[in-house]
Design a protein around this ligand. Structure first.
Ligand code: 5RP
Length: 227
C-alpha cells in the first residue's frame, strides 16, 4: 500500500462518524478529498440530510460538484464534527496544519466544532513537532518586515511560492511564510509569540484541538482518542 492508498483508507473510514442531521466541517487536502467523496456517496445511499461547512475554496468546489449542501460558519449555531487532515501530529496529540495553505479557515472551523477528527496516513505521526515547516499566514503589507524578524529569531523562514516564484496567496489573499524549525521544543510558547506579531493572521499550530485521530497503516486504520 502506498501513501495515497492509506489516505483513501482513512478518508473512507471517517464517514462512519457521520450520521443523519449533522453539520460537518469539511477540511482541506488530498486525504479529505477521499472523505468528501465517500460522504457524497453515503448521503445518496442512505438519504441523509447533512450540512457541510468548508475550510477552503478547493473543498467548496469539490463538495458543490458532488451535491453536498453547504453553509458558512456564520450561518450555523455550531458544527457537530469537523474532519480534516494534518501535516504532523506529535505523540501528545498536538498538530501542524496548513500544508495546503488553508490553516486560517481550518482553525476557525475547528474552533467552532464540538468534535475534531483528523485523518492521516502513518507518515504524519512524529514524536515532536517541527520537522514539517510551520506555516504562518501574514498580511502582505509589512510581510517583509515580519520575515526579517523571523530570520533574526533563527526560524529559517521562506515565503511559500508557486513554480514561477510568485508568492502563494491564501483564500483570504494573504501570504504564507514557512518556518523551517526542525524541532519545536515548546509549541505553546511559540504559538503565543507568533500571535503577538502584528501582521500575523494565524499560524499552523493546532494545539489541544483534536479529539480523535484515524491513522492509516498497511494492515488497516487505527483509532486514537486524544482526550
Ligand atoms: O492542513 C491542511 C491544508 O491546509 C491539510 O489538512 C494538510 O496539509 C494535510 O494534507 P494532505 O491530506 O493532502 O496530506
Amino acid at each position: 500500500m502506498n501513501q495515497d492508498d492509506l489516505k483513501a483508507l482513512v478518508g473512507k473510514k471517517a464517514v462512519d462518524w457521520i450520521s443523519d442531521g449533522m453539520t460537518i466541517g469539511l477540511g482541506t487536502g488530498s486525504t479529505v478529498r477521499y472523505m468528501v467523496e465517500a460522504l457524497a456517496e453515503k448521503i445518496k445511499k442512505e438519504h441523509l440530510t447533512i450540512t457541510g461547512v468548508v475550510t477552503s475554496k478547493e473543498t467548496a468546489n469539490l463538495a458543490t460538484s458532488l451535491g453536498i449542501p453547504l453553509k458558512s460558519v456564520d450561518e450555523i449555531d455550531y458544527i457537530d464534527l469537523t474532519i480534516d487532515g494534518a501535516d504532523e501530529i506529535s505523540s501528545d496529540f498536538q498538530g501542524i496544519k496548513g500544508g495546503g495553505a488553508a490553516l486560517l479557515f481550518e482553525k476557525i472551523v475547528a474552533k467552532n466544532s464540538k468534535k475534531n477528527l483528523w485523518i492521516v496516513d502513518q507518515s504524519k505521526l512524529t514524536k515532536d513537532l517541527g520537522n514539517f515547516p510551520l506555516p504562518v499566514e501574514v498580511i502582505p503589507y509589512g510581510s517583509e518586515k515580519i520575515f526579517e524578524r523571523f530570520e533574526a529569531q533563527n526560524f529559517a523562514p521562506t515565503f511559500r511560492t508557486v513554480e514561477d516564484g510568485t508568492k502563494v496567496k491564501t483564500d483570504s489573499e494573504n501570504y504564507i511564510i514557512d518556518l523551517h524549525l526542525k524541532k519545536i521544543d515548546d509549541p505553546f510558547k511559540l504559538a503565543k509569540y507568533l500571535k503577538q506579531q502584528i501582521g500575523v493572521v494565524e499560524h499552523g499550530l493546532f494545539l489541544d484541538t483534536v479529539n480523535t485521530i484515524i491513522v492509516g497503516y498497511p494492515d488497516g486504520p487505527k483509532i486514537f482518542e486524544a482526550r
